[in-house]
Design a protein around this ligand. Structure first.
Ligand code: FAS
Ligand code: PHB
Length: 389
């Protein structure tokens, strides 16, 4: 088989790029190691910045997001028994959309199917080859049969544990990482969300987050030690601890219900540089990971996809390779700003095991400064709605 762009990874990054390229007549093949149902079973991001939403619309896949997604004009930070609002609309003129990653991935799969896009599921042993040459190719096995795809470019959109980043020679790659000493225990429950807008809570017992997927589907998180497992937490124990970390009025208003999904996600900050090697381009979690505190995970992938899409169109439509040449440097500039914001929100709102009294006072002072300075709050808000591409 031959295609112009071989994309490894059928998550949101790979699927969105494939669909965008299709709108400009550029051929791609997506290789995904799992089934569609398995990919859709993973509960991940919930908040889309306006840049990501615009890309979904540009790809012709924004209709259900705009119909079912919720526009959020602000969110709350709870601390010391109160909650204070970050007025995104008032501070930036922009908003975010609450629309689960599961649903947007479903929309992208459906669009690829509608447009006869080649998404190959259960592609095993995917391996890029000759990525430093002008004639790269990708091999994989499907139903036990060895297959090969010759292409012009390989896009590594296969997430943190994928094969693409590991295909770059170690002496050509620099990795930057910070692992946090706690994780997020997340619960999905078919209940009315406790708050119409997200509530991020800083508490001596640990961080908590009240989010949602719709007005009948709540998404809640509490910070837990890395030594915890999901089995340590009954639904009753989870909700009791969540309520302890929230202001009384929020806790008393909470409607609890059985969890339909419960998982613990570790938190790390990670960046691999460069995001290009030869004709292999990394995008999304394959190149960078953030702690979800700033809702930058999926949104950091948005600018990678935007830059790659335009660079590939310029290459194929006008033979202009400046976008491809500039990709890594341009993508990393915005990726690092998302890293900074996610790290800053995580340091601000979590209880660190070894934290000194001085560091806890600094957290309190940072919050006090934030809500006393429109300029400081404006900085938080412009990062949360998404910095320009
Ligand atoms: P993905 O990891 O989503 O997709 C990569 C795809 O490549 C996967 O489908 C995988 O099966 C496939 N793949 C991997 N190796 C392969 C191989 N060798 N061959 C073929 N296919 C291969 N972000 C937020 O903003 N908020 C959150 O609350 C949040 N929670 C998260 C919880 C977890 C457990 C994880 C892991 C991430 C979370 N994220 C969150 C971040 C998440 O949303 C990512 O940013 C988003 O999935 C990035 O999308 P992709 O870059 O497409 O990577
Ligand atoms: C979510 O709804 O899953 C979510 C929302 C905001 C975050 C992290 C996760 O910062």
């Amino acid at each position: 088989m031959r295609t112009q762009v071989a994309i490894i990874g059928g998550g949101p990054s790979g699927l969105l790029l494939s669909q965008l390229l299709h709108t400009r007549g550029i051929d791609s093949v997506v290789l995904e190691k799992h089934t569609r149902d398995y990919v859709l079973s993973r509960i991940r991001a919930g908040v889309l910045e306006h840049g990501f939403a615009a890309l979904m619309r540009e790809a012709g896949v924004g209709e259900r997001m705009d119909r079912e997604g919720e526009i959020h004009e602000g969110f709350y930070i709870a601390h010391d028994g109160i909650k204070e609002r970050v007025d995104l609309q008032g501070l930036t003129g922009n908003t975010v959309i609450v629309y689960g990653q599961t649903e947007l991935t479903r929309d992208l799969y459906d669009a690829r199917e509608r447009t006869a896009g080649a998404v190959i599921h259960e592609a095993q042993d995917v391996q890029p080859h000759d990525i430093a040459s002008a004639r790269p190719y990708v091999t994989y096995t499907k139903d036990g049969k060895a297959e090969r795809i010759d292409c012009d470019y390989v896009i590594g959109a296969d997430g943190f544990h994928g094969v693409s980043r590991k295909s770059i020679p170690k002496d050509k790659l620099r990795e930057f990482e910070r692992v946090y000493p706690f994780g997020w225990l997340g619960v999905l429950s078919r209940t009315k969300p406790v708050s119409p807008e997200l509530v991020y809570a800083k508490h001596d017992r640990g961080f908590a987050l009240c989010s949602l997927r719709s007005q009948t589907l709540s998404r809640y998180y509490i910070q837990v030690p890395l030594s915890d497992s999901v089995d340590d937490w009954s639904d009753e124990a989870f909700f009791a601890e969540l309520k302890r970390r929230l202001p009384q009025d929020v806790a008393e208003a909470m409607i609890t219900g059985p969890s339909i999904e419960k998982s613990i996600a570790p938190l790390r900050s990670f960046v691999a540089e460069p995001m290009r090697y030869g004709n292999l381009f990394l995008a999304g979690d394959a190149a960078h990971i953030v702690p979800p505190t700033g809702a930058r995970g999926l949104n950091s992938a948005a600018s990678d996809i935007h830059y790659l899409y335009h660079a590939l169109v310029d290459h194929y439509k006008s033979g202009d390779d400046r976008g491809l040449e500039a990709y890594s440097q341009k993508a990393l500039a915005r990726v690092w700003k998302g890293q900074r914001f996610s790290w800053w929100m995580t340091m601000l709102l979590h209880r660190f095991p070894e934290q000194s009294e001085f560091e806890r006072k600094l957290q309190d002072t940072e919050l006090a400064y934030l809500f006393s300075s429109p300029r400081a709050l404006g900085s938080l808000a412009e990062n949360y709605v998404g910095l320009p591409f």
